[in-house]
Design a protein around this ligand. Structure first.
Ligand SMILES: [Zn+2]
Length: 400
């Protein structure tokens, strides 16, 4: 089988071409793998995803590098036959996006070497961003931003990017950024006066085409620093998203985007302070409420069903009640569609709260338990709430 001439090697901006079909294989998946005598389609490899596009009326959804067998164009629709002449068209916006990310990676990786002697160990173009794993031990905002600044200066200097084909002997004499991944003749990508590295991907003509490089985040991973970045149109899309969410957050605080972090931090502090004050006031309120309930109770047994009171609030009230001698508190709440129970007694009062709670929870189809002086629980069978409180009250008063 003839080797596919890879047109993308010599011109990354060539998106339309004519070719002849030299092999067609129907796949089990219902798709067809097509091999051409020449192609401008870049197949997945080197961290860069494959191109998509059309071959006559067929849709090319992916391209796979099959080594010496050429490039497999995975197509669906009106696929061509063996020997057909086809007109290929590569999706330009996807190609441009990949070139911006890929060329941006060359520049950012060299910036980390240039400034911090930190080489890139791997690279991935993801759905919306990209990742490089850099051998950098101490990533700080200042270190990352210095590399970003140098990288963007190289972009805006609009340096030329050249392709150099050399032999391995010639390459051995050159200051390459990374070791070649294969033997034999090499394809080098040279960013004028900045970077020289072997690579088989598609790159911008000049650095200016990358537009901008921005780092979104970084983290330590497996002894390296994983840096998430975006270049070109992805950087603009990311800026738009970030700006939108920053403005939405600012609007919640009725302030401008740049003032939002300070206003938000202030509000978080106020919120904490308010919670502290609420807790103090709740204690006071529970004491007052306990006095009222005790005044109305018979034989020191307080039994009461509340609406929309959470377990914490019931416990506070139970505490306030049982701080007095000789008191038993049977407290319940209809909290949304759940019944909540807290049974408690003073240390000198009679009764096993845990046993009473287990009995009550069985009727409520729920769960609960605790100690003889204090138990809590709940259940879903909220209609039996009055009944279980009455029963518990009866148990205590009959025993006396
Ligand atoms: Zn490259």
């Amino acid at each position: 089988m003839p080797v596919t001439e890879r047109l993308y090697y010599s011109d990354s901006h060539l998106i339309e071409f004519d070719a002849r079909v030299v092999d067609v294989t129907d796949r089990v998946s219902g798709w067809t793998a097509i091999v051409l005598d020449r192609t401008a389609f870049y197949p997945t490899g080197g961290g860069q995803p494959s191109d998509t596009g059309t071959l006559n009326g067929a849709r090319v959804v992916e391209c796979i590098d099959d080594g010496d067998n050429g490039v497999l164009h995975i197509a669906q629709g009106m696929t061509p036959s063996l020997g057909d002449s086809v007109h290929g068209r590569v999706d330009w916006s996807r190609r441009l996006d990949h070139m911006q990310q890929h060329t941006g990676q060359h520049i950012l990786s060299q910036a980390f070497i240039n400034l911090f002697n930190a080489p890139t160990k791997s690279f991935r173009v993801l759905e919306a961003s990209c990742e490089i794993d850099v051998d950098l031990n101490n990533p700080t905002t200042e270190i990352i931003e210095r590399a970003v600044e140098l990288a963007n200066n190289v972009v805006w200097e609009d340096r030329a990017i050249a392709i150099r084909n050399v032999t391995s002997t010639e390459a051995a004499e050159l200051p390459l950024r990374k070791e070649p991944a294969r033997d034999g003749d090499l394809r080098l990508i040279e960013i004028e006066g900045f970077d020289l590295t072997p690579c088989g991907g598609t790159h911008a003509y000049r650095t200016g085409e990358v537009g901008m490089i921005a780092v979104r985040s970084w983290e330590r991973a497996k002894g390296l620093t994983r840096i998430e970045f975006v270049a070109g149109m992805r950087a603009l899309a990311d800026y738009r998203r970030a700006n939108k969410s920053a403005r939405e957050v600012a609007a919640l605080f009725s302030t401008g985007r740049d003032d939002a972090p300070q206003v938000a931090a202030q509000m978080v502090e106020e919120h904490k302070e308010l919670n502290r004050r609420i807790r103090v006031l709740e204690e006071l309120a529970a004491e007052v409420e306990a006095e009222k309930l005790l005044a109305a109770a018979s034989e020191g047994v307080v039994h009461q069903i509340f609406d929309n009171r959470d377990a914490e609030s019931l416990k506070k009230l139970a505490h306030a009640l049982t701080a007095k001698p000789g008191v038993v508190a049977l407290l319940a709440s209809r909290d949304k569609d759940t019944a909540r129970l807290v049974f408690a007694r003073s240390s000198d009062a009679p009764g096993d709260m845990s046993a009473l709670m287990r009995e009550a929870c069985a009727t409520l189809d729920g769960r609960g338990g605790g100690r003889p002086e204090m138990a809590q629980g709940g259940g879903k069978n909220i209609t039996h709430l009055s009944e279980v409180i009455a029963t518990a009250f009866q148990r205590l008063t009959v025993k006396k």
